[in-house]
Ligand binder design. Sequence first.
Ligand SMILES: [Zn+2]
Length: 325
Amino acid sequence: MRRAVIVGMLLVAGSAPGIAQPYHLIPGQVPLDKGPDGNTVVLDAPKGLIVFDTGRHPEHAQAIIDYAKQRGRPIAAIVNSHWHLDHTTGNWDLRQVYPRIGIYASEALNGALGTFLADSKAGAEKRLADPKTSPAERDQILRGRSVLDHPDRIRPNRVIAKSGRMNIAGRTLDVHLARFAASEGDVWIYDPKSRTAIVGDLVVDIVPFMDTACAEGWRKALGEIARVPFQTLIPGHGPAMSRVEFAAWRMAFNNFVDCGHSSRPGKECVEGWSRDAAQFIDAAHKDYVKGAAGYYLQTRLRSPAEERQRYCRPLSPATWRKPAA
Ligand SMILES: [Zn+2]
């Protein structure tokens, strides 16, 4: 009991002299008028800093670089939870400052480039041609297009093809690969020393971003996370969660998927999510969440079987390397 109290104090008293914080969180925002930034989590390693996800907007990437400079430590490695551009676009900003950086990620970007990302690029061209597109949106589209035109800028140079204990920048971490969940290959990590799970968009506080989701694979991944003895979980968007909070979020997710796959009225499913996940949804995002939940219900959970299963198998089978035996 006494030991538990002391460990708890260490975690909250991170800024006390001589006591290292287990991680540094650079929160991503989900603004209502432009694309979100994913959370960035920075870990210390013997060879430098490990940066988990790099955000979308230049200000977010700059905040990561500023933190490294302030610490006087180089960024040695990036781990990308998945290829969504709100988690990977900043890879290029960091690489320009630290050219030898190791980028650890699954190979799912390859399948996305010729499919989902090709479609969104076509949509972006249309928005660029529209004089009503705001300057801020134009900047965001151009930044996204620059990395899609040169995918090597954000692509991994250390491919994660299976789960296992890995040495990254001299630090041992449990690296997990969840196939066909929020994306075709979601990477999440568990640090046994601080009992912290960093899970990317397998958990998003306000609403699961299901644009490229396979609901069943995602449900399975949440089960795998639950089996790890974490004390703190950092989602892809939103503040850190306790085990109890994660369990509530997971139940809300499962209820939403079950409702989506039932014949109950769609309105019930959307209201069910808003109610089950109420503790994670702030007032400013209430309407946004209802709109997003309704959209994912129609596009991912209630679409014809073929479309519903689209992200439950490789987008481009030839692009996946066989994992080492
Ligand atoms: Zn995200």
